[in-house]
Design a binder for this molecule. Structure first.
Ligand code: NDP
Ligand code: MG
Length: 398
């Protein structure tokens, strides 16, 4: 039986890697729906190649997409728009697998819809889980969704955990002999920059990651270490552990993608070349394995693996994320929203690199925390934090 796949954010870096895997396995997967935001010409090329049943774009792009699809003799592809369209395809009865690869908070409602529809959800969109944490995990349990991590570190941890880990009640404590999760971080392009040097780095430098080719937002997050902060929160929710059980280890080569330590002195690591096609293929096929083009690891080439502790003085974003996770409630939502505003402002040259965590900290200090007990509360917190962070950016810039 062909598995029918919906790719949210198909024009992005993860979306493209997903297509690469699907293309290699036409006997296993068909593409039901694809979604894009601004790259409409790229979307049309994807439609030509994969012929999905539905394409989703913002309302303002519908006319131009319709015209381009007609020109390509693809008028039979249904066009839906906006968040309602994203939710419709993510929860459509014909869909078996949803790749959640929209960047940022925009992916929250479609990802949640896929979870509530009980799909196999391949989670790349970490911001959605950071925002809605307990709610998303509860929805997965209630609706029998299979929420599988695509983020390379979380996919690695998933592979290193005991097979029956998820069948055991955990209550914030790692069980079955698991003692500690070691979340690896490359350290980003500025790992060895002084604080002085960090003040003047440019968006182009921040987007040039040493090991991974990724979208702009996550590239900046990797450079500030906010990506690791978001991943720390993501790990706590996915693996139901308190933040003190997750230790961040800087490992500049990105060969080990994360580790799990056990009480008997064992440390299990998942290793591989840094290519997102591996975790995507793993999440698609689990518990089976799919052939990919990723070459096997050559340890004679990678003869040195280094490790160090993260420096939260130069990279305070990681500390802020840990504090937000400790605080709980809407704090992670506020952190994420303020970060999205600050990163967008940095990319538009309205903010300095070291001001990104400053905006996040100001937002967390200014807005009161409360329980994240409903999706409405979370969406409101997201809006409030965006508005406040935007004000901070304007004041900082003037
Ligand atoms: P990209 O920026 O490359 O792609 C983002 C995708 O989301 C694009 O398809 C984009 O459409 C779409 N999009 C952007 N804004 C909106 C919006 N407001 N509404 C609907 N769709 C939107 O990002 P990545 O692929 O790098 O990352 C995607 C997610 O995966 C992120 O959450 C990231 O943290 C996570 N991730 C990425 C990794 C990577 O290696 N890239 C690794 C691990 C996690 P368009 O391009 O048409 O504008
Ligand atoms: Mg990652």
């Amino acid at each position: 039986m062909l598995q029918s796949v919906c790719i949210l954010g198909v024009t992005g870096s993860i979306g493209q890697s997903t297509l690469k895997i699907l293309q290699q396995h036409p006997e296993k997967y068909s593409v039901y729906a694809v979604t894009a935001h601004s790259r409409i010409a790229e979307l049309v090329e994807i439609c030509k190649q994969f012929h999905p049943k539905v394409a989703v774009v913002p309302a303002a792009q519908v006319d131009s997409l319709r015209q381009l699809l007609q020109q390509a003799n693809l008028a039979d592809i249904e066009i839906l728009c906006d968040e309602a369209g994203l939710i419709a395809v993510a929860s459509h009865p014909e869909v078996d697998v949803v790749m959640a690869a929209i960047v940022g908070a925009a992916g929250l409602m479609p990802t949640l819809a896929a979870v509530q529809a009980g799909k196999r959800v391949l989670l790349a969109n970490k911001e959605a889980l950071v925002m809605s944490g307990d709610l998303m995990m509860q929805a997965a349990r209630d609706h029998g969704a299979l929420l599988l991590p695509v983020d390379s570190e979380h996919n690695a941890i998933f592979q290193c955990l005991p097979q029956n880990y998820f069948e055991v009640e955990r209550n914030g404590q790692p069980k079955l002999g698991v003692q500690q999760i070691l979340l690896t971080a490359s350290g980003g392009p500025f790992l060895n920059h002084s604080l002085e040097q960090l003040h003047s780095v440019t968006p182009a430098q921040a987007c040039k990651h040493p090991n991974w080719s990724m979208g702009q937002k996550i590239s900046v997050d990797s450079a500030t270490l906010m990506n690791k902060g978001l991943e720390l929160i993501e790990a706590c929710h996915l693996f139901a552990v308190k933040e003190q059980f997750v230790t961040v280890v800087v490992h500049p080569q990105s060969i080990i993608h994360s580790m799990v330590q056990y009480v008997d002195g064992t440390t299990l690591a998942q290793m591989g070349n840094p290519d997102m096609c591996t975790p995507i293929a793993h999440a698609l096929a689990w518990p089976e394995r799919l052939q990919t083009h990723v070459p096997p690891l050559d340890l004679f080439i990678h003869s040195q693996l280094n490790f160090q502790a993260p420096d939260t003085t130069r990279f305070p974003a990681l500390k802020l994320a840990r504090q937000a996770m400790q605080a709980g409630g809407i704090a992670p939502t506020l952190l994420n929203a303020a970060n999205e505003i600050a990163v967008a402002s940095f990319l538009q040259n309205q903010l300095g690199f070291t001001q990104i965590p400053e905006i996040v900290e100001q937002t967390l200090n200014h807005l009161a925390n409360r329980a994240a007990d409903s999706i409405e509360t979370i969406l409101q917190a997201d809006q409030n934090a965006r508005a406040f962070a935007q004000q901070c950016v304007i004041q900082t810039g003037s």
